[in-house]
Design a protein around this ligand. Structure first.
Ligand code: NAD
Length: 352
């Protein structure tokens, strides 16, 4: 079992990683207070025996699986169930599932009685390498991703890679999307992926990267919890990625991969990303996009899709589109383009 400490101004949290984390940490975390679980319908069915073993006496909210349920109505239903279960300020919420469960469960924990203790137990590759760490919680509203949320750190994150054994290939590909993001920010992860593009669907290889990705994220969040500076780096590929996710309805991870591909091309074209390095990064992104399931997306309507980038939370009142982009190995920068230039560059980028 590995331990990463994450110290931020708001909380000192612990992240445990390993196949033994559940049996080692969960019983102790459940003692001494009323507990509450948020999970989703797929995880609840797949892990029925696991829930029976650890949470048989605990109230469980089962969210219908899917991003479309990361909304206010579900959040209200969770909060109502928490109140109905008589939770107090001293109670603890366990979010067991992928990024959707982690985001909405974490937000419910942040809001209930102005904040109760939260433990994240991520069960997808994406949530293990990324979303369960760092305390960003949110729901979507009016077609905008994560527009209502809070920074709220979990006291512990229990990362058990054995959950990944039941994960469909499509979801592995989503997690690879966020891992490739780390390659754009971290030289060690970049080198590992560059030398092993043939192993991107190999669970054993990916599992080895979990600790490195979490360590990178923990370092960034410790420096900048509220995303006023360095934490913006973690949005590499996400401005265009979110626009694609919203417009085309693709998964988050796959959208991030497309976003990284297009934004890296924009960054090379604008001269802010070193050409040779950028092309190596594009090769890694292409290998990840080629993973199954690989239904080719038709980007002929990229102009309409790009409108969604106007809604991005990083934008300011100057009307420019702000992107965090790869610069050189292990380094990133901000690329800010007037909307018309951004659109024109995207049209060019989808063609090559
Ligand atoms: P998800 O939570 O929808 O999970 C994907 C699918 O996998 C779901 O159908 C789920 O039921 C299923 N699943 C979960 N665990 C499983 C398991 N062990 N075996 C089989 N199936 C399983 O999606 P996700 O990709 O985990 O997360 C995406 C979400 O995370 C998005 O809403 C995104 O905005 C958010 N996100 C948040 C942050 C953050 O910092 N908070 C960072 C990145 C992404």
């Amino acid at each position: 079992m590995e331990l990463i400490n994450l110290k931020t101004p708001s909380m000192e949290g612990k992240i445990y990683i390993g196949a033994d984390v559940i049996q080692t940490r969960l019983p102790a975390l459940m003692k001494g207070q009323t507990n509450f679980v948020v999970t989703d319908s797929n995880v609840y069915v797949l892990y029925a025996a696991w829930f029976e073993k650890y949470f048989s006496d605990t109230e469980i909210f089962v969210l219908e699986a899917g991003e479309e349920n990361k909304n206010f109505a579900s959040l209200q239903a969770i909060l109502e169930k928490m109140a109905g279960a008589g939770l107090r300020r001293t109670s603890r919420l366990f979010a067991v599932g992928g990024g959707v469960v982690g985001d909405i469960g974490g937000l419910a924990a942040a809001l209930y009685m102005r904040g109760i203790s939260c433990v994240q137990i991520p069960t997808t590759l994406l949530s293990q390498v990324d979303s369960s760490v760092g305390g960003k919680t949110a729901v979507d509203l009016g077609g905008v991703k994560n527009i209502v949320g809070a920074f709220y750190q979990p006291c512990e994150v229990l990362v058990d890679p054995t959950f990944l054994q039941t994960l469909p290939q499509r979801e592995i590909k989503c997690g690879v999307g966020e891992i490739v993001k780390y390659a754009a920010l971290n030289a060690e992860i970049f080198d590992l992926l560059k030398e092993n593009t043939d192993k991107l669907s190999d669970l054993a290889f990916l599992t080895k990267l979990i600790t490195a990705c979490i360590q990178h994220k923990a370092n960034v969040v410790a420096m900048d919890e509220k995303e006023t500076g360095e934490r913006r780096s973690l949005n590499v590929g996400h401005t265009t990625g979110h626009a694609i996710e919203l417009f085309y309805g693709l998964s988050h991870g796959e959208s991030v991969l497309y976003g990284m591909s297009l934004e890296t091309k924009l960054a090379i074209e604008s001269g802010v990303c070193e050409k040779e390095y950028g092309e190596n990064l594009l090769a890694i992104v292409a290998a990840a996009l080629a993973l199954e399931p690989n239904a080719k997306t038709d980007f002929s309507s990229i102009v309409q899709a790009s409108e969604k980038a106007r809604l991005d939370k990083k934008n300011t009142d100057d009307g420019e589109i702000k992107m965090s982009v790869a610069k050189s190995k292990g380094a990133w920068t901000t690329l800010s383009l007037p909307f018309a230039n951004y659109q024109a560059a995207l049209i060019k980028a989808v063609k090559n």
